[in-house]
Design a protein around this ligand. Structure first.
Ligand code: SAH
Ligand code: SF4
Length: 415
């Protein structure tokens, strides 16, 4: 079981158990994935290395872990052969456990993953002609209960640790074979050179999987720092987008401490409608949210804020809604673009997707208002990988199926 401790999370459900940065393992070894350089150095010192050795080894190991993606200490060629077993006795290099990997007919891939303490979560890779985007989860479940979102029907199980978050990106690089290859430099040392995302399959990351990333701020920040570190995964902050349903108090910190692109799940422009579909709106209203967007550090015409807007038939999709959207974005003078997301259905959802004609008309009005509003093509719908369809397989099973399985395991005669 993961070691959990009660810590306050701002939000509807409060407090909830969250995992610590290091989850103790049965064999007593420590998983290094998710830890920053200074923490690795500290652990090496605690394990008996002197300060100078610990610093040097932490720097080397950090590079092998996050830049080269190796999973065995034995392959760390610039670390003395005798030192490698010493490391392997005390530490491990983990990855999230893969329960199932699925491929959509449109090329989208979805992985059902599991934490060491047995919680399922998901990540999705969406290849396009000019880029490849990994959609990363930040929590198992979500506290926020947006009514059109499948994840919102799960309770929050727990926050993912930094290791479980950065581990998703690392696993994707494993699966796509995209770790930089080593070369010998002039000193005869192996060198992976400078990472560049150009020409790769995985070029972008969106924090748009399960969960509300700003309700797991510290872990998401720590994980993204490893992703953005030039000697780590080396992905530029301009290629990373964090999506929030509008947790105003954490938005400024997000700009300052993480500095990635911001996407905001707006979805409605009238209070009654947003209160219903994004219940967090009752706590943080539309106008305050847009003000926080206007104040977002780093937003500019070159780095616009994305407003996500799910198209729900007869709910938020009228011409008046489109005009009000333009008015609001202009009133706050926002460097904005709008993503119109056709609603992705899931079993038991109470909404329908707007018609293609309605979506087109809505998009046209926003474009005519001078704001870009492309319609997103749903991806991976056949494997439930599209926006808002993520929910762990275990929880998708019907009640009856779970009862049958429980009865079968109770009846199991094996010792
Ligand atoms: N919790 C964060 C990020 C995860 S959701 C947030 O809400 O922003 C990623 C995006 O998918 C959000 O804009 C979300 O509102 C949208 N989404 C959720 N359910 C959806 C569905 N059924 N169809 C289309 N988009 C959906
Ligand atoms: Fe949570 Fe985002 Fe889904 Fe809302 S849309 S329930 S915030 S994951």
């Amino acid at each position: 079981m993961a070691d959990t401790t009660l810590m306050t999370i701002p939000g509807q459900v409060d407090p909830v158990p969250v995992a610590r940065d290091i989850t103790p393992r049965a064999d007593g070894r420590i998983d290094l994935i998710g830890l920053p350089r200074p923490r690795i150095r500290e652990l090496f010192e605690e394990a008996g290395l002197d300060a100078r050795q610990a610093k040097l080894r932490a720097k080397q190991v950090f590079h092998w872990l996050y830049h080269r993606g190796v999973t065995e200490f034995e392959t760390m060629t610039d670390i003395a052969k005798t030192m490698r077993p010493w490391l392997a006795e005390r530490f491990v290099i983990g990855r999230p456990n893969v329960v199932e990997a699925q491929h959509s007919t449109d090329g989208t891939r979805k992985w059902l993953l599991q934490t060491d303490d047995g919680h399922d979560f998901e990540m999705v890779f969406i290849p396009d002609a000019d880029r490849g985007t990994l959609c990363v989860s930040s929590q198992v479940g979500c506290t926020l209960n947006c009514t059109f979102c499948h994840t919102g029907t799960m309770r929050l199980v727990r926050n993912l640790t930094p290791g479980e978050i950065v581990g998703q990106v690392m696993l994707a690089r494993d699966a796509l074979g995209e770790w930089p290859k080593g070369r010998m430099n002039d000193l005869g040392e192996e060198d992976a050179g400078h990472y560049t995302a150009d020409g790769r399959l995985l070029t972008n990351i969106v924090m748009m999987g399960m969960g509300e990333p700003l309700y797991n701020f510290d872990h998401v920040r720590d994980a993204l720092h490893l992703v953005m570190d030039g000697d780590g995964l080396g992905l530029s902050k301009r290629r990373i987008t964090l999506s929030t349903s509008g947790v105003i108090p954490a938005m400024e910190r997000c700009g300052q401490e993480i500095g990635v692109n911001l996407a905001v799940s707006l979805h409605a422009v009238r209070k009654e409608v947003r209160d219903e579909i994004v219940p967090l709106n009752k706590k943080y209203g539309i106008e305050d949210l847009l003000q926080a967007c206007a104040d977002y550090p780093g937003a500019s015409n070159a780095r616009r804020i994305t407003f996500e807007y799910v198209m729900l038939k007869d709910k938020n999709d009228s011409d008046e809604d489109a005009r009000e959207l333009v008015r609001l974005l202009k009133a706050f003078n926002l460097p904005a673009k709008v993503n119109l997301i056709p609603f992705n259905p899931w079993p038991g959802a109470n909404y329908e997707c707007s018609t293609p004609e309605r979506i087109r008309a809505f998009s046209d009005i926003v474009f005519e208002g001078g704001i870009s509003a492309p319609v997103r093509t749903p991806r991976g719908r056949d494997i439930d990988a599209a926006c808002g369809q993520l929910k762990t397989a275990a929880q998708k099973k019907s009640r009856a199926q779970r009862d049958r399985e429980a009865a079968a395991s109770n009846a199991d005669p094996s010792p």
